[in-house]
Design a protein around this ligand. Sequence first.
Ligand code: ZN
Length: 149
Amino acid sequence: MFAIPTTTTSGYLLRLERGGSVLDEIAAFCRDRGVGAAWLTGLGAVEKVELGYYDLDARCYQRTRLDGSHELISLVGNVAQVDGAPFVHAHAALGDRDCRLRAGHLFAATVAATVELQLQPLTGAAVDRRLDPATGLKLLDLAPLDSRP
Ligand code: ZN
């Protein structure tokens, strides 16, 4: 991975190398630099993709693997802590060779050509994820707005 600090946002411009796991590389970058919470956006080309759709009634993900490489049209996500380690929650929109779009929760993707990212660490302490009984998902553990000073 290649990374430089950005001068306009106090974040990072990242370039992931071919063959790397997109989610693992981002999590490792945050772990190594002590980034407790961040927002990210990116684009590039990926392969070995697994997307998901969360079925709220069934409280489970329907997973779909995509064959071949795809344009990573848009990657958007955030980083928070799960069990004391960075966890990347990302959604991706992907284009195939016929420019058809597939999109969903990103479970896995390997860098095919490159992935270029902006990672913006958020100010303040690390943000945790906590299991939400209503949805069955680990949601961002944020205080209600009216409880803040
Ligand atoms: Zn998701």
